[in-house]
Design a protein around this ligand. Structure first.
Ligand code: PBG
Length: 333
């Protein structure tokens, strides 16, 4: 075979004008595949800015309702909700109550959106517990405090049932508790919610990129960290595949990799290994804040950076992207 090269081949031929460049493009961002994270709290008329995340807010339900109608009119695929309760306790009771903040938010979102976007709930306890860990704590045999995996499973099921009764369209367990997807699937099925899909945070790393989110959701652990349940960033990539495989076996309908940017290799690997199941990626708070901070100083062009970033996440293999820029992107498209 002869290797055809310059001057027969000129790669620039297909780059000469924008119509041509668009013709040969293969990676697209569209609003219907974006999911906007929203933080909800009690009160009225509250749009409390989150200092480390410019243009993101803790919203009271009335303000939240406005946000939902805007998300609908921009054609977003969905919203993912995080509740900030008035009262936190050891087990995160507010998340398991039909009158808790997340149940209320789901009802409002469903009411406003009228099935024109997906109302997705994050399923976890870190925002609802006073200690800030993702489930129930216990003392192990040596007297050390640890996250009680199996007791947390039962509470995660209570949480998704409350969310489902409130009308949620999809649940997104993010606690990285072993067995959570299977328990949640059986729990939902047992209550007649067999058609509610599970988007699992399958490969979720113990990442410093969640820093700003923890300010937003008031969920920083009071002591210790999440390294005994979230993945070690330095673990083998094969471990991520194992986590994903387990979630698929347990009934995950969509798998998620989080954070997105430092883990594009994992997204790509997941796409190669599990083509046929939708892959989501979470463009997390730290990724957002870094760009915002540099843009505020005029050091980078935010709009172009965001387009390039989301394109990279999509090119790596994620068809669904959770991003705080969802509205801005939809507006600019
Ligand atoms: C857990 C949860 C977290 C994020 C989404 N779901 C925080 C954590 O695991 O510490 C982080 C999202 C972000 O950083 O944007 N409820």
């Amino acid at each position: 075979m002869t290797f055809v090269s310059f001057p027969t081949v000129r790669m620039r031929r297909l780059r000469f004008n924008s119509v041509l460049r668009k013709l040969v493009r293969e990676n697209f961002i569209s609003p219907e595949r974006l999911i906007l994270p929203l933080f909800v709290r009690s009160g009225k008329g509250i749009r409390q800015p989150i200092p480390s995340m410019p243009n993101q807010f803790q919203l009271s339900l009335d303000e939240f309702a406005k946000e939902i109608s805007e998300a609908v009119s921009l054609g977003l695929g969905g919203v993912i909700l995080f509740g900030i309760p008035d009262v936190k306790d050891a087990i995160g009771s507010d998340a398991m109550s039909d009158t808790g903040i997340i149940a209320q938010a789901i009802r409002v979102a469903k009411d406003v959106s009228q099935d024109k976007l997906l109302v997705i709930s994050d399923v976890c306890f870190c925002e609802y517990t006073e200690h800030g860990h993702c489930g129930v704590l216990r003392e192990d045999s040596s007297g050390k405090t640890e996250l009680d995996n199996d007791a947390t499973l039962e509470n995660l099921v209570r949480q998704v049932i409350v969310q489902s009764r409130a009308g949620v369209d999809m649940v997104a367990p993010s606690a990285m508790i072993d067995g959570m997807v299977g328990w949640i699937r059986r729990g939902l099925d047992g209550e007649g919610f067999e058609n509610i899909p599970i988007m699992s945070y399958s490969a979720k790393y113990a990442s410093a990129f969640y820093g700003p989110f923890r300010e937003a959701a008031e969920s920083t652990p009071k002591s210790g960290d999440r390294r005994s349940y979230q993945m070690d960033p330095a673990a083998s990539a094969a471990q991520a595949l194992r986590e994903i495989q387990l979630d698929i076996n347990e009934g995950a309908d969509i798998i998620m990799i989080k954070p997105a940017l430092a883990y594009l290799d994992i997204i790509k690997l997941a796409k190669e290994h599990f083509d046929g199941i939708p892959i989501a990626a979470y463009n997390v708070s730290g990724e957002y804040s870094m760009v915002k901070a540099a843009a505020e100083r005029g050091w980078i062009d935010e709009k172009l950076i965001v387009q390039e970033t989301l394109t990279a996440i999509s090119r790596a293999g994620a068809s669904i992207i959770l991003t705080y820029w969802a509205k801005d992107i939809a507006r600019s498209l």
